[in-house]
Design a protein around this ligand. Structure first.
Ligand SMILES: Cc1cc2nc3c(=O)[nH]c(=O)nc-3n(C[C@H](O)[C@H](O)[C@H](O)COP(=O)(O)O)c2cc1C
Length: 361
């Protein structure tokens, strides 16, 4: 099917992808959990936030470079972990990695990648992080960490907001099922552990799924398993963040899983402001949820993020034009971010602060 949308800004990829993806796949990608309250709130939050323009600054030495843990990045816009990318393009994560390599962008590779890590490693030399979902048995989790280390991962990002997959009702109603070619490549040869035996009085959630949710001691175990820095994605309770910092995590991804985990939690931008106030200015905070433009990226950085990640946008661009699409969407986001910096008087990412947000109402 030909695409009728002219792509001039990053969010145009969403409109274009809607014209080519089949309805169940689109519902799976675009949908959120529950009533999609958080999904909608993520984007509304950006629309409410306004900028403070400035006229006088000198840009001949301006740059968007940042250092994040041990990774140097040309721009603070990364690719969030997104599973099953072969769903929308035959080259899946390999195409995404090619785009990231070409643009020197960071990519966080999902545990549920549809392509093996060694194939991704062949096309992407640097700036790879690995997103970890704990597996029911530690030996499987340990083998995932080992593969990530062997294939050049520079950090581990462990996701903690979805021990129960809150299936999107939109996707269910559309009849979505994950096809064979998009199944997780890293989990293919793993023998599933024995099923937990439930009595008729037991709950599938309490005595079933939640028995496999990682506890604080498992995160401690993870930190001891690897020489890589460990970050946590999707924790919002401040006392739990304190516990995680006390055992040695080195950063957070402020995230509500793009409205795909617990519905009705606050939008990501609001969470970010609270987390930055709590953690102080030097603790690395990445951000995701609702970023559809470089303006959004700028607003998130002004609210306290060191860098932002894009989830759905990368899949839409991948669906529309493979590696070139992902490279193009990153370029469009960067151009918009630079435009915001230029017109708000910020010559470095470190200059972007809450002073760049309009506060006079
Ligand atoms: C189709 C899809 C698959 C995802 N897979 C993962 C995953 O495997 N691991 C993970 O931590 N987050 C996953 N996420 C969540 C993203 O990392 C990110 O938190 C979210 O997409 C950000 O919101 P945005 O889509 O509005 O940018 C997924 C999101 C989508 C849309």
């Amino acid at each position: 099917m030909s695409i009728q949308t002219t792509i001039l800004q990053a969010s145009d990829y969403e409109a274009a992808a809607k014209q080519i993806l089949d309805a169940p796949t689109l519902a799976y990608i675009a949908g959120g959990s529950g009533d999609e309250t958080t999904l909608q709130a993520n984007q509304t939050a950006f629309k409410r936030s306004q900028l403070q323009q400035r006229a006088f600054a000198e840009f001949s030495q301006a740059s968007t470079q940042i250092k994040l843990l041990n990774t140097r990045l040309r721009h603070p816009i990364l690719l969030a972990p997104v599973a099953a990318q072969s769903l929308v393009h035959p080259d899946g994560e390999i195409a995404t990695a090619q785009a990231a390599e070409a643009l020197e962008a960071g990519m966080i590779i999902s545990t549920r990648t549809s392509k093996p890590l060694d194939a991704i490693n062949q096309v992407m030399r640097q700036n790879k992080w690995f997103q970890l979902y704990f597996q029911p048995e530690h030996k499987t989790t340990a083998s995932l960490i080992k593969q990530a280390e062997e294939n050049g991962a520079e950090a581990i990002v462990v996701t903690l907001d979805s021990p129960i997959q809150s299936v999107s009702l939109r996707a269910q109603k559309a009849g979505f099922t994950l096809p064979a070619h998009a199944q997780p490549a890293l989990l293919k040869h793993i023998t599933p552990p024995q099923h937990i035996h439930l009595t008729p009085d037991d709950s599938v959630i309490f005595q079933g799924l939640m028995q496999q949710a990682p506890a604080l001691k498992d995160i401690e175990w993870l930190i001891n398993q690897t020489h890589l820095p460990v970050l946590v994605k999707g924790v919002m309770a401040l006392d739990e963040i304190d516990q995680l910092r006390a055992i040695g995590i080195q950063g957070l991804v402020v995230s509500n899983h793009g409205g795909r985990a617990l519905d009705s939690v606050p939008d990501s931008l609001r969470l970010l402001a609270v987390m930055r106030a709590h953690t102080g200015k030097d603790f690395p905070l990445l951000f995701d949820g609702g970023v559809r433009s470089g303006y959004d990226a700028f607003k998130a950085i002004a609210t306290g993020a060191n860098a932002v990640c894009i989830g759905r946008l990368q899949l839409y661009a991948l669906a529309v034009n493979g590696a070139q699409g992902v490279a193009h969407v990153l370029k469009l986001l960067r151009d918009e971010l630079e435009l915001c910096m230029a017109l708000t008087g910020c010559t470095r990412i470190a200059d972007i602060s809450e002073k760049c947000l309009w506060r006079h109402d």
